[in-house]
Design a protein around this ligand. Structure first.
Ligand SMILES: Nc1ncnc2c1ncn2[C@@H]1O[C@H](COP(=O)(O)OP(=O)(O)OP(=O)(O)O)[C@@H](O)[C@H]1O
Ligand SMILES: CC(C)(CO)[C@@H](O)C(=O)[O-]
Ligand code: BAL
Length: 283
């Protein structure tokens, strides 16, 4: 049976009744196959599985899509039931932020994401990682999991959650789960529903351009060559935030060896992100 848990006090009671290992998958709802992959991975790692559904105001900038973000709790519950989730924690904003915080700027005590919080996504979404890490810390405190699964689709977020757990001594194992894609290569995302038919048709070109760049890396191209190639191959109509090649831990691009290729940009009004691994070979 899947319990719908509406507030922190009830969550504490439900959590106290769980014996054995507990896994948590944190989401903003509008669940899709990517979230289901996290649930299936988490399910294997623990006796109990909690899914959180909360659209966190602290991680949205003033001009971002907090108000129009898809909210589909009934459908989300049906998916959680089908995945054998024990409890869906879906609190209100007032329950999560009882002293009334509605933005990262208005909040008093928050998690400082450090310098990695200012690059890539952080450079284009100021305050984003402070908002994410603050709510992740709160959700860890409320649900007290042994293990938590995050998607590689949000690669920097996964890295930052790992860093927070290590640096702030959260007793939790953070597991990364590979990106789930549509058949045409587009990374599944709750925000894909915003795309018009024409934008949806163009969107797989992002992953295709990235794969093309990654294959070039295998033939001796430098990180800078790969970056320029991906930018040139992107479909028309993209308002680019960044294409970057970094080390796997988001440091400077290596001259050779494993690396990460990351993209962010807008197709119409929809902001999309993606990333893939690649190997840079010394010339
Ligand atoms: N395609 C995917 N494959 C694997 N994990 C995913 C995928 N999409 C989202 N996730 C993971 O699910 C968790 C919750 O993400 P979230 O609810 O923001 O979904 P989303 O589809 O990424 O939405 P958004 O459109 O807001 O980015 C995160 O750990 C995220 O990385
Ligand atoms: C981790 C998270 C649930 C925090 O609000 C969110 O950033 C997301 O859905 O990836
Ligand atoms: N998917 C990460 C949360 C966000 O984009 O707001």
């Amino acid at each position: 049976m899947t319990l719908l848990v509406p507030d922190r006090a009830t969550m504490a009671e439900v959590r106290a009744g769980m014996t054995g290992r507990v896994a948590v998958v944190m989401t903003m709802g509008a669940l899709h196959e990517g979230h289901r992959a996290l649930m299936r991975d988490a399910r294997k790692r623990a006796e109990h599985l909690i899914v959180t559904v909360f659209v966190n105001p602290l991680q949205f900038g003033p001009t971002e899509d907090f108000d129009r973000y898809p909210r589909t709790l009934d459908a989300d519950l049906a998916i959680c039931r089908a995945e054998g989730v024990d409890a869906v924690f879906a609190p209100t904003r007032e329950d999560m932020y009882p002293t009334g915080q509605t933005s990262i700027k208005g909040a008093k005590v928050t998690v400082n994401p450090g310098p990695v919080g200012d690059i890539l996504e952080g450079a284009f979404r100021p305050g984003f990682f402070g908002g994410v890490l603050t709510v992740v810390a709160k959700l860890l405190n409320v649900t007290r999991p042994d293990v938590t699964c995050f998607g590689e689709k949000d690669y920097q977020q996964l890295a930052m959650v790992r860093a927070m757990a290590a640096d702030l001594s959260f007793p939790v194992e953070v597991v990364g789960v590979e990106t789930v894609r549509e058949a045409d290569g587009l990374a599944k995302s709750s925000r894909n529903v915003y795309l018009s038919a024409a934008e949806r048709a163009a969107a797989p070109g992002i992953h295709a351009a990235m794969q093309s760049g990654a294959s070039l890396a295998g033939k001796g191209a430098t990180a800078a060559d790969v970056r320029a190639h991906v930018i040139a191959e992107l479909p028309g109509g993209i308002d680019l935030d960044y294409v970057e090649v970094t080390s796997p831990d988001l440091g400077p691009a290596p001259e050779s060896g494993p690396a990460r290729l990351l993209f962010a940009g807008r197709l119409g009004a929809t902001r999309l992100i993606d990333n893939i691994p690649l190997t840079v070979e010394a010339k």
